[in-house]
Structure formats: structure tokens, C-alpha cells
Design a protein around this ligand. Structure first.
Ligand SMILES: CSC[C@H]1O[C@H](OP(=O)(O)O)[C@H](O)[C@@H]1O
Ligand SMILES: Nc1ncnc2[nH]cnc12
Length: 290
């Protein structure tokens, strides 16, 4: 049964959504383990939404400890087709200042210890990932931001998000290297999610909320958790407004997404030759191709 077509993953600072009504908490189990926390089902203006606190509601999970596969699979189990990730990021460019919002269109992977695929164990698939974000969903998010005219917030459409392993923040040499690559923002969580969402044929877009200038900026102190938290609280208020408006727009006009057929030309293994245990585990993703 479809519980919600729209999913929200709340990152640092966004552990719950006050705008959600008729809230129901559900413990979801997946073939890939237990998600970061219970999923919260609720409605925003009568549209059903599933919310998950990425690091758990008490922020108890490091980026490297996140059960990314369980989180995305759980969203799929609930019927989610559009997934919005609200995430705290550092800025790598002068023009993206704390409290600004970025809707990135590219990622660079600097993670080391993440499992970013559902496949393996006898079943090989290679999804296309040249455009890692769903352009149409990203446009809905960016248009929602623009329509709100939030004070002190500049919207940046597009830009590259560097996903680092953490938990320590970057060195200045690393931060300057990413700047020289033209990257705009840095975080620790979104790339594995974007890959897994694509494999699960869920459209994914990031609402990146700038909290700091990382450590490269000569006129700003290097990022600390204290600095991040101070801005997170203001960002969380703004993020909820954006999510509410995005959900309203998505409900009125759900966009087409290439992500919804991402596995069509991705699976290399003949499915009738794949081990039955693997097929059972992935049945939810493969159903329409079996
Ligand atoms: C609290 S600063 C570092 C932390 O914040 C970001 O989390 P999220 O992406 O879940 O909002 C960053 O990725 C780090 O996990
Ligand atoms: N500077 C930074 N680096 C990595 N992740 C972050 N999340 C928020 N600020 C960050």
C-alpha cells in the first residue's frame, strides 16, 4: 500500500517537522536493516509525507554510521517517489553565505567507508548517474524557495556538493582543493543517498542549507559545531517553510522524472539467473522488471 509519495530526510538541525499533521510513527524493517529512526507519517495540507531524521531524532549517528540502504529502502517500502533531503552544508564559495540555500545539481564523492549500492550478491546493475539529482524535482524545490522571499536568504540554483567522509571537518588544503575544482558546498551525507535513491527509482533532490564557510575563508573562523548549530536553528525554520511549499507544489503538479525508470537499462545480470535470495531481497526494486 502506498503510504506517502513524498519523502523528506531531515539532516543536522531538522529532527522533526512541526508542519506535519495527523502524525503517525512507524517502525520500519528492511532487508538492509533498521533505518536511522522511526519514520514519521503525516500530512502537509492533506498531502501524505514520510519524514525521517537522518542521524536519528537525538543525533546519535555519525555520517559514516548511517544506515543509508535501510533509509532509502524504507522510503521505497512506503511508496515514496519523490525524496527531498534537507542538509546542512559548508560553503566553498564567497557568494554562498551562511543562511543561504543551494539546490545542487552535481556531487563529488570523497567518501571512503560507505556502501552506496543495493546490488551485488549475484545481481549486477550500473545506473546512469551523470545527472545525480532529478532536475525536475530540483526545479520545484528551487521555485518554492524563490516564491517565499525569505529574509537574509539567497537562492543558488545548481552547484557541486562535495561529499566527504568526516566526521572531522576538512583541512584548509582540502577545502582549497575543492574550491579549485569549482565545488560550491560541502557536506557528509548526500551522495550515498542520491545513488541509492536512483537505484530505487526515486527522484532525489537536495535542499542544502549553508551553515558556515568551512575553513578556507580568510575572514571567517574555521567551522565548528557551535557555529553550525547557531545557524542550523534559523535554517531549520526556513527549511520547513520551503518543504511545506515544495510539498504543495508537488501535490498539484508531480513532475516526470527519469529516475522513475532508472533501472530499465541498468541491470546486466539476467534476472532468471540471479540467486533467489538476492531477488527476494531486491524484489521491491525489481518487481516491474521480473
Ligand atoms: C553538524 S555539522 C556536520 C554534519 O552536518 C551535515 O549533516 P546533514 O547532511 O545530515 O545535514 C553534514 O553532512 C554532517 O553530517
Ligand atoms: N563545513 C562543513 N563540512 C562538512 N559538512 C558540513 N556540514 C555543515 N558544515 C559543514
Amino acid at each position: 500500500m502506498v503510504e506517502a509519495r513524498i519523502g523528506i530526510i531531515g539532516g543536522s538541525g531538522l529532527y522533526k517537522m512541526d508542519a506535519l499533521k495527523d502524525v503517525q510513527e512507524i517502525q520500519v524493517q528492511t532487508p538492509f536493516g533498521t533505518p536511522s529512526d522511526a519514520l514519521i507519517l503525516g500530512t502537509i495540507e492533506n498531502t501524505k509525507v514520510a519524514f525521517l531524521a537522518r542521524h536519528g531524532r537525538n543525533h546519535t549517528l555519525l555520517p559514516s554510521e548511517l544506515p543509508f540502504r535501510a533509509n532509502i529502502y524504507a522510503m521505497k517500502q512506503l511508496g515514496v517517489e519523490y525524496l527531498i533531503s534537507a542538509s546542512a552544508v559548508g560553503s566553498l564559495q564567497e557568494e554562498a553565505k551562511p543562511l543561504d540555500m543551494v539546490v545542487p545539481d552535481q556531487f563529488i564523492d570523497r567518501t571512503k567507508n560507505r556502501v552506496s549500492t543495493f546490488f551485488g550478491e549475484g545481481l549486477v546493475a550500473h545506473i546512469a548517474f551523470g545527472d545525480p539529482v532529478c532536475k525536475n524535482l530540483a526545479t520545484v524545490v528551487a521555485d518554492a524557495i524563490a516564491s517565499l522571499n525569505l529574509p537574509d536568504v539567497t537562492l543558488h540554483r545548481g552547484g557541486t556538493y562535495v561529499c566527504m567522509e568526516g566526521p572531522a571537518f576538512s583541512t584548509k588544503a582540502e577545502s582549497n582543493l575543492y574550491r579549485s575544482w569549482g565545488a560550491k558546498i560541502i557536506g557528509m551525507t548526500n551522495l550515498p543517498e542520491a545513488k541509492l535513491a536512483r537505484e530505487a527509482e526515486i527522484a532525489y533532490a537536495t535542499l542544502a542549507l549553508v551553515t558556515d564557510y568551512d575553513c578556507w575563508h580568510p575572514d571567517h573562523d574555521s567551522v565548528t559545531v557551535e557555529m553550525v548549530i547557531a545557524n542550523l536553528q534559523r535554517n531549520a525554520v526556513n527549511a520547513q517553510k520551503v518543504i511545506q511549499e515544495t510539498v504543495r507544489r508537488l501535490a498539484q503538479n508531480p513532475p516526470k522524472s527519469d529516475a522513475h525508470s532508472a533501472l530499465k537499462y541498468a541491470i546486466l545480470t539476467q534476472l532468471d539467473r540471479a540467486p533467489s535470495a538476492t531477488l527476494d531481497k531486491l524484489r521491491l526494486l525489481l518487481n516491474k522488471y521480473l
